[in-house]
Design a protein around this ligand. Structure first.
Ligand code: 7TS
Length: 401
């Protein structure tokens, strides 16, 4: 079946123009199969999991746990109990930053992040460092948007407790050499958290092959529902880390004197989870697997190369993020135009892009710019849509001088 026709939202007009949706790095649209899973869950399965003794509860529990196994296979984790369901990448990183730091970070220690992190892989570590009396160190990147691995290696020392780095930059599109980063950090026995929010729907992720200690991602950026995500953590570390939130489900026994905690992964899943959304995430994984992540990557690369070539021909247009290995993200500015003005004009022509700092203010500071216009592609986008945005930019450029 044609991929694009599986996304009902794409078949509409906005302001009388066919919708061109190029804001996929913010969130991807959802195929009918994912929407059906959500509807069917609430139509025929809704119930609270792990506790009810009745039919619906046991069916919902079974499907929820089956999805955990599906995620395990998808990222090739060693164990299902290394997969913790969260509300998304942000919650996954906050969980690790909070719990890991309580156990492993103390006064005078250091945490390393990169200068191209999304705020959600900066601020939780700043909070943790503040609490524990530790210091944040930052890996720089060059004009093309490539991390400086020599500077990275030089940052590591006997006080470094963890490295937290993004697999793919949401603003520059750079695919970071995380296998190499992990190798360097592990040679000094430093664990590595990888923010996989922008990688998971574009590249094959194999956490065992990478050897990463934590890998975090969101369902909504991989054709799945909002409000659900994954924190993968290596069993040995998760076992040693304290719970993140307290509540139902994460305990073994509670008395007022002492509470003992449930085993993995339940220790980290306090309260009623978003069961329907977890099942929707499972369907999104099926959707990706059916197309094949290799096919998705190839389709997006072809489109990104085409778009880059076309955009580069537009006078006064500058692209930020020109690393050789990129995903389907193109950040740009036109002349002296403010990105917000470009975005507003494109919107009126039916084209959805994101404008601003994309929650990566340090990247903007690095280039000395207020923000960018960002077009980001998914597997359902087309060359015709790229032609539409290029024609639109040519049309609006004179209005922006
Ligand atoms: N990390 C990266 C690399 C991201 O791109 C994002 C979201 C997050 C973490 C946070 O994910 P969440 O699902 O918990 O919000 N990035 C974007 C973006 O580029 N535009 O909107 C959200």
């Amino acid at each position: 079946m044609d991929i694009r026709s599986q996304f009902p939202i794409l078949n509409q007009t906005v302001y009388g123009k066919p919708l061109v949706y190029f804001d996929n790095a913010a969130t991807t649209q959802k195929p009918q199969c994912v929407i059906d899973t959500l509807c069917n869950y609430y139509k025929s399965l809704n119930s609270n999991i792990h506790r009810g003794a009745h039919y619906l509860a046991s069916q919902a529990t079974e499907q929820y746990e089956q999805t955990r196994r599906k995620v395990k296979e998808f990222i090739n984790a060693r164990h299902s109990h290394e997969i913790v369901f969260t509300r998304g990448t942000t919650e996954s990183i906050n969980l690790v930053a909070s719990s890991f730091s309580q156990r492993f970070i103390s006064k005078g220690d250091e945490v390393v992040v990169s200068a191209m992190e999304h705020h959600s892989n900066i601020v939780p570590w700043q909070l943790a460092c503040e609490r524990q009396g530790a210091t944040l160190r930052v890996i720089p990147f060059d004009d093309q948007g490539i991390l400086d691995l020599d500077a990275f290696a030089a940052l590591l020392n006997e006080r470094t407790r963890i490295v937290a780095v993004t697999n793919v930059s949401n603003t520059l599109g750079t695919v970071n050499p995380i296998a190499e980063i992990i190798r360097i950090a592990h040679s000094r026995e430093i664990p590595v958290l990888v923010d996989g929010a922008q990688a998971i729907s574009h590249r094959k992720v194999d956490v065992q092959q990478l050897g990463c200690d934590f890998y975090c991602f969101s369902g909504h950026k991989m054709y799945g529902p909002m409000g659900v995500g994954v924190m993968y953590g290596r069993e040995e570390l998760l076992e040693q880390m304290p719970p993140y939130q307290g509540g139902g489900e994460m305990i073994k026994d509670v008395t007022f004197e002492r509470t003992t905690y449930n085993e993995l992964p339940f220790k980290f899943e306090a309260g009623t989870p978003a069961v329907g959304d977890v099942l929707g995430l499972g369907t999104a994984i099926d959707f990706i697997s059916q197309i094949g992540i290799g096919t998705i990557a190839a389709t997006e690369k072809e489109l990104t190369d085409y778009a880059t070539g076309q955009l580069q021909q537009i006078e006064g247009l500058r692209i930020y993020g020109t690393a050789p290995d990129k995903t389907s993200v193109i950040s740009f500015l036109i002349g002296n135009a403010h990105p917000y003005d470009v975005g507003t004009l494109l919107d009126k022509l039916g084209i959805a892009v994101r404008t601003g700092h994309h929650c990566t203010q340090p990247i903007m500071d690095r280039y000395g710019i207020p923000g960018t216009v960002r077009a980001s592609f998914a597997v359902y986008n087309t060359r015709d849509e790229v032609d539409t945005i290029c024609a639109a930019i040519r049309r609006i450029a004179p209005m922006l001088q």
